[in-house]
Design a protein around this ligand. Sequence first.
Ligand code: NAD
Ligand code: DAU
Length: 335
Amino acid sequence: MKVLVTGGAGFIGSNFVHLTLATRPDAEITVLDKLTYAGSLASLDGVLDRVRFVEGDVADPELVDGLVAGADLVVHFAAESHNDNSLDDPAPFVRTNLLGTFALLEAVRRHDVRYHHISTDEVYGDLELDDPKKFTEDTPYNPSSPYSSTKAGSDLLVRAWVRSFGIRATISNCSNNYGPRQHVEKFIPRQITNVIDGVRPKLYGAGLNVRDWIHVDDHNEAVWTIVEQGRIGETYLIGADGEVDNLTVVRLVLELMGQDPDAFDHVTDRAGHDLRYAIEAGRLRTELGWTPRYGTFRDGLAATIEWYRENEAWWRPMKEATEARYARTQQVLAR
Ligand code: NAD
Ligand code: DAU
């Protein structure tokens, strides 16, 4: 099977490439990636000779048309993915997340190619901390940030192309991923690499916000399950019942790294900060038989810490610029 993976030099996309080559050796993979600040060829170390890598923009219709024409399947990961950046400058989010998806949809329509759209639980907005409900596939869209609103818009484009043009597409909306090769701007790698550097972790506000953590390999196995068994036109939520509040995560990182669990700083909160995400993944589990394989969050976090300890050469080049960007907008409020 010829698979076009967009965003395959980013966090989840590169892990998808590694997992696919390890578990589905017949897959012929082409990666399309613009290598923005978030993409790194080093994330494909060890497999670059087994994939065709194309540096380019997913919002370039001609480039995309040619690549889609030669594929049996498109898995679309490429996006501007970081909420904080979208508050600073929404323009690349609108361009990549909306126009990039539009270019792909037009190409898969022309060439009748199977398409899987990677999206996020953030399209549903947020939940109250004490709300017993979780997000389901029927939860109304209510995105909060420029990032999540462009992802919501891209999902709606996919739904419209399925209904109006009959493209063969599925959508998945996943919760927060963790694991190797995640950019150090994101919560967990930022804190791990801060501790390695002797810097106190930075917690937004009081740290009561809850995220529903899933290991990136569990996400990517779910994506393959949907590609292979999912119903065309359907949306599947992906989550592994991993709700943890940010304060607990920071304390756990510190504890696992042999530090005082209270040695962190409270910094300026994110504007419009979503309170809680929680996924009900019943459709994926009962209809398609998917189940997460990764162990506890604590074990997964310990393995992720180990990965960052052993792969400083991967993250060091991006650390200084990331912290300089944060320093412009975030102040320490309390220790
Ligand atoms: P990431 O920022 O780590 O990687 C994004 C990749 O896309 C990078 O390699 C970047 O170079 C590439 N890219 C950006 N703009 C591009 C463009 N115009 N053309 C081609 N390539 C471009 O993101 P991630 O965390 O791996 O997220 C991947 C996808 O998964 C996104 O669609 C995101 O919305 C979705 N998602 C992420 C999470 C999460 O927890 N990280 C959870 C659910 C869904
Ligand atoms: O839910 C899925 C989403 O998860 C994906 O769609 C996004 O692409 C991905 O970035 C992630 O979004 P979040 O905004 O939840 O992730 P982030 O890692 O930026 O932050 C996680 C939580 O940690 C959030 O409540 C903000 C908080 N935070 C973040 C940083 C960077 C901190 O407290 N301190 C920090 O330094």
